[in-house]
Design a protein around this ligand. Structure first.
Ligand code: RB5
Length: 176
């Protein structure tokens, strides 16, 4: 399995061994964002929205619209950054969000999910403790995307035992 392990516990950022993505503190929340050509226009709009909202945002590309670029390149680059900083989150955008999600989840420590409505945005945080969300630039417009990202950022992981147990099973698979 490729990818590095997340950093060791820093207390409040972990729950029963599961690294928690920091939320509700925009000054502590570093967000990485990346997109291929299918998500490039949405990335640009979302990036400016988040910066105006006070988030620290690092854009990992694409730097310009390139119809020949490949989503795994951006997914792996962003995922490698997020696993090195458990307080960071990531937003990946391709045409559907699906390819980015597949690729990002190959990196150990990444919990990437596809978000396409309010329910999946909330579930991404409170049940799944997702440290990366994936959006589809061809299926989600900018206003929807801004709302979904805010829901994800403003929702805390529930810490319910059943959700921790399920996430730990995924971690154990990664470690085996
Ligand atoms: C690229 O054409 C497209 O396949 C990609 O952006 C994405 O939709 C994959 O899931």
């Amino acid at each position: 399995m490729r990818g590095r392990r997340p950093k060791q516990s820093r207390g409040r950022r972990q729950y029963n061994g599961i690294p928690r993505f920091a939320r509700n503190d925009i000054h502590a929340t570093m967000l990485y964002i990346a997109a291929d050509h299918g998500g490039y226009p949405l990335k640009e709009e979302l990036k400016h929205f988040l910066i105006e909202g006070g988030y620290e945002v690092a854009d990992l590309g694409a730097e310009e619209l390139d119809l020949a670029d490949d989503y795994p390149d951006y997914a792996f680059k962003l995922a490698e950054q997020v696993v090195q900083d458990e307080e960071a989150g990531g937003i990946l955008i391709c045409g559907t969000g699906q390819g980015m999600c597949m690729a990002a989840n190959k990196v150990a420590g990444i919990r990437a999910v596809l978000v396409h409505n309010d329910f999946t945005a909330k579930d991404a945080a409170d049940h799944l403790n997702a440290n990366v969300i994936c959006l589809g630039g061809r299926v989600t417009n900018a206003e929807m995307a801004k709302k979904f990202v805010k829901i994800w950022l403003d929702t805390e992981f529930s810490e319910d035992e059943r959700h921790v147990r399920r996430l730990r099973k995924i971690e154990e698979m990664e470690e085996s």
